[in-house]
Design a protein around this ligand. Structure first.
Ligand code: ATP
Length: 368
């Protein structure tokens, strides 16, 4: 077992003479046994990063190390990593047992009886021993997924690499497999790098999340840190559902001035802003509190546009009074499912100071 290090890793593709920087100077230290999730929007470089770790893609610059060993020029089969793909990639003409044994038969000289023991142990662990003699075509999506995992487990690798392994499952099975996979990883203690664009998976399964955008690492931290202390506007907007609300504001003295409202900051907060005046105020929908005009001691009224009942909570879309109801002006508040408000109702939205995030509008960096 060993930790995995990405040291200033860059990948440049040549697309008909045009350079595409798919991964840009990414450095991450992944601890032995850690579950790291790589997350980000489509095209941000997640799969390319994973494929470089697997050896399926050459590294343009930088170094990937497993423990102390540099992996850059080690062929994929010699890397002590096992990959699980979204498509499962099972061989249709082989039984489950043969599929699970195949990698070991091909790439090691392990005796058949030992391979058999490993396959049966993995099948037991995954709850699929009764499926061993069946072809993949006889299995459900969830069962095929387990076989794909089994094939990785029997190799007893130092690192699991998983590329959206749950993407083809329906929502219920996906949620079940999420917990199961996480438990399995913890029990086996194998260092895991898991790619997804699903932020629920990223937030619930990982020890740490590495958030990529345009090939650049934005933040690598625990899910809670990314949620509570986003490094920049991108992370603030990417993590959390519904997304963080943003308002352009200007700091004048100790007052944040927006088109729609003014907000008085404490001295301590002003001091933390380092003299920057062009800012973005971020507030999570769950931190917005909605009050009636009599309950509130400020008078920036908002008008409710639509309420989306989600069961355990209500998502309220509103605008400041006098603003046009359009995408640029609407913001959201999340209320407990027991509380609701009516469409067109006038309310006061309060943003508690301890919950607001302030970003430098030009660099996007979090100042507070
Ligand atoms: P998705 O979630 O859609 O799979 P991703 O985050 O995994 O996206 P990558 O597949 O790593 O993103 O792609 C990163 C960038 O590199 C994209 O701009 C993509 O078009 C480009 N890219 C990937 N593979 C190649 C290639 N073989 N040749 C040229 N460009 C490539």
């Amino acid at each position: 077992m060993a930790g995995l290090t990405l040291d200033n890793v860059t990948k440049i593709f040549d697309d008909d003479g045009e350079e595409i920087v798919a991964v840009d100077d990414v450095s991450i230290d992944i601890a032995d046994g850690e579950f790291l999730v790589l997350v980000g929007p489509s095209g941000c470089g997640k799969s390319t990063t994973l494929r470089m770790i697997a050896g399926l893609e050459q590294i343009s610059e930088g170094e990937i190390r497993l423990g102390e060993s540099v992996m850059n020029d080690v062929p994929p089969t010699k890397r002590d990593v096992a990959m699980v793909f979204q498509s499962y990639a099972l061989y249709p003409h082989m039984t489950v047992r043969e599929n699970m044994a195949f990698g070991l038969e091909e790439s090691t000289d392990m005796p058949d009886d030992e391979i058999d023991v490993r396959v049966e142990e993995a099948a037991e662990l995954l709850g699929i021993p009764e499926l061993l003699e069946r072809p993949p075509s006889d299995l459900s999506g969830g069962q095929q997924q387990r076989v794909a995992l089994g094939r990785a487990i029997v190799r007893d690798p130092a690192v699991f690499l998983m590329d959206e392994p749950l993407a083809n499952l329906d929502a219920k099975l996906r949620a079940e497999m999420r917990t199961e996979l996480q438990q399995l990883q913890e029990d086996l203690g194998v260092t895991t790098v898991y790619v997804t664009h699903n932020q629920v998976e990223a937030m619930t399964m990982s020890d740490r999340v590495a958030i990529l955008n345009d090939g650049v690492l934005q933040q690598c931290a625990t899910p809670l840190e990314c949620y509570h202390q986003p490094n920049n506007l991108f992370v603030g907007g990417f993590i959390g559902e519904p997304s963080m609300n943003f308002f352009d504001v200007e700091l004048r003295g100790s007052t944040l001035v927006a088109d729609e409202f003014e907000y008085e900051l404490s001295e301590a907060t002003v001091a933390s802003l380092g003299g920057e005046t062009d800012l973005v105020l971020g507030i999570r929908p769950e931190d917005v509190s909605l009050k009636s005009a009599v309950e509130s001691n400020h008078d920036y009224r908002t008008v409710v546009d639509v309420v989306e009942p989600m069961g355990d909570e209500n998502v309220v879309h509103l605008v400041f009074e006098g603003s046009e109801v359009d995408e640029d002006n609407l913001f959201t508040a999340v209320l407990d499912g027991m509380k609701s408000v009516d469409s067109k109702q006038t309310l006061v939205a309060e943003f508690p100071e301890e919950a607001i995030h302030l970003f430098d509008r030009h660099s996007g960096e979090a100042l507070r």
